[in-house]
Structure formats: C-alpha cells, structure tokens
Design a protein around this ligand. Structure first.
Ligand code: SER
Length: 322
C-alpha cells in the first residue's frame, strides 16, 4: 500500500482550539477552497469563515458528513471533533456519542469512498494510573479512568482495525496538553496552562484548578500543527505504528509555569485550588517517550518551556492589550 497525496481536505471540530488553527495552516498548504471546515454549533471566527468553505454538521449524522465528502470530492478527513476530559466527566454519554459515533462515521465514509487518509488524534488521556508515569513508553498499559480516555483508546484500536481490516490509511498521535493564544481550549484538564497566560496578562492573578506540583506533558501550537502536517504526509512505508504515536515537547508543573511567566510579569500572583480535574491529571503521565514518532516520521518539536512562554506572552499581550 502506498500513500496517496492529500488534495481536498475536510476538518471536523474546526471551531475548537486546534481545529481553528489547523484549518488555516492546511489552507496555506493546500489552498483555501480545498480545505472544508466544519463545526457543530459554535460560531466560527471571521478568518475561518471568510477564507474558505465552512459548514455546520453533526458528525453523529453520517449522511451529513457523506454529503460534504461528495459535494467537495474530499480525499482526507482530519477528525478534530471531540468532547475533552473534564467536559466528558460531566457528560460521559455525550462524550461517547460524539467521540465514538463521530469517529466510526468518519471511518465508514473513508472506507466507502476510498479516501486517501484519515487523521484522528488521540491523547495522553489514553493512559491511566497503572501506566508508568515517567518517560511513558509508546507500548504500555492503557487503562484510562475518564470517558474521554476510554474513547481515545477505543479510537486508536478502531483506527488500527480499519487500517488492517479494510486498508483505510488512518493515522493519529497521542497529543499532550496544547498551549495556544488564538482559540481557547474547552473542557480539558490541561486548559489551566492556557488560562494562566490570559489571567497573568489581564489581571496579574490566577487561581489554578490543579496543585502547584502537578506535572503534565505539553506542546505549543506551532509544534502541534507541525505534528499534524508531518504525520499526515509521512510515507506509509515508514510507519510501523498508525493511530497511537506518543508525541511530546515539554513537561512542567503548574508552579514551574507560573515561575516562568513571572520572569515577564513579576507582580503575577498564583493561588492553587484543586478541583475534580486534579484526579484526572494525577491519572496521566508526567513525561512521555516519543521515540517511535521521531524514528518513523521524523517528529522533532521546536518549543520548550522558555521559548513557548516568551512567545505566548508576546503574542497574547499584543492580542489582549493591543
Ligand atoms: N487537553 C486534553 C484534556 O485535557 C488532553 O488531551 O482533556
């Protein structure tokens, strides 16, 4: 089996934190008209809506997805629609419905229409308390305790199944917390690492919902976009894994992030009031071994904690303070 090039792309969940930037990045590479953005209910930003096609769909309705794939002659789907960890614990049935019924619709459309590629990201939420928490290997125990994690493990297995059983070229990586300044994340446990920048710049105070010494793996958005484009374009002959690549860029505690921000905003004050998300964070690894991604498709991130913080403060200050 050899990879077919991606030409006409559909992105689900395109109004979310990653999807909104991924669409703009893909439009740069593949042409505005060739990247169809879709969302559920949230209004897309002007840039997304005005630079190319946008449609509202419910991914649990297969015909809606199929209709757009036919209309635009789509050959690749990036499936970014998902209910994340914290939101998923509030509404576990909805989390299963969107994440799993959405995914199987994407995979079925890909099988029936013989699409060139499906990209379906997984997450560090695939891991659980029994997983080794430091330098977590790619091959390890996957017993998540959140519904989001359950859907991510099932999604990895389902994607691999579609590859081996039906020859659908499905790929995905286990993303850590993603930090960015354009679109806020929603409903995740790693969201604190974005909120903290907004509050530091706007109010010079932040109350963190995780404990000061909670360490989690993270990645800055430019690296995240790079990981999508690079994994999607990797020659299939080099891939031994498909839907379950570990990827990471940095690991830090909430306290270490606050200290890094204080280098730019010395008067910044942080308090810690852990809530239900602490237990989720405690069930996830602190650091990740991503050597298969490095070996099989050349993964290599550009941003560590200090470079990311400097860039976040500069870009977000410009956005928020003008
Ligand atoms: N950022 C996600 C979450 O916190 C992890 O994939 O749920």
């Amino acid at each position: 089996m050899s990879s077919r090039p991606m030409k006409r792309i559909l992105v689900t969940g395109s109004v979310g934190q990653i999807g909104s930037e991924l669409v703009m990045e893909l439009r740069k590479h593949y042409g505005n008209e060739n990247v169809v953005a879709t969302g559920h209910r949230t209004k897309p930003g002007d840039a997304l809506r005005e630079s190319g096609p946008f449609h509202f769909i419910r991914i649990q309705e297969r015909q809606q997805l199929e209709g757009l794939v036919e209309q635009y002659d789509i050959d690749t789907i990036f499936n970014m629609a998902a209910i994340l960890s914290a939101a998923g614990e509030k509404r576990p049935q909805l989390c299963w419905d969107v994440n799993m019924n959405g995914l199987i619709n994407v995979l079925e459309v890909a099988r029936e229409k013989e699409l060139a590629r499906v990209i379906n990201p997984s997450s560090i939420a695939a891991f659980g308390p029994e997983t080794p928490g430091k330098n977590t290997p790619n091959e390890t125990i996957l017993k998540p305790k959140t519904m989001y994690g359950v859907t991510k493990v099932a999604g990895e297995l389902l994607g691999d199944y579609y590859f081996h059983r039906f020859g659908v070229d499905v790929r995905g990586m286990r993303l850590p917390g993603v930090i960015s300044y354009k679109t806020l994340p929603g409903g995740g446990t790693t969201d604190y690492a974005v909120e903290i920048f907004y509050e530091a710049i706007k109010n010079k105070r932040y109350t963190c919902f995780l404990k000061e010494d909670t360490v989690l793996p993270m990645m800055y958005m430019p690296d995240t976009l790079k990981s999508f484009i690079d994994l999607a374009n990797a020659p299939i002959e080099g891939l031994k894994h498909h839907c379950d690549f570990n990827v990471t860029a940095m690991s830090f505690s909430a306290g270490e992030l606050a200290a890094e921000i204080k280098k730019y905003i010395p008067e910044f004050e942080v308090g810690y009031e852990p809530d239900f998300r602490q237990a989720i964070a405690d069930s996830w690894p602190q650091s990740i071994d991503d050597s298969p991604a490095r070996e099989e498709w050349g993964w290599s991130p550009d941003y560590n904690l200090s470079r990311m913080t400097k860039d976040m403060i500069e870009k977000l200050s410009e956005r928020l303070l003008g």
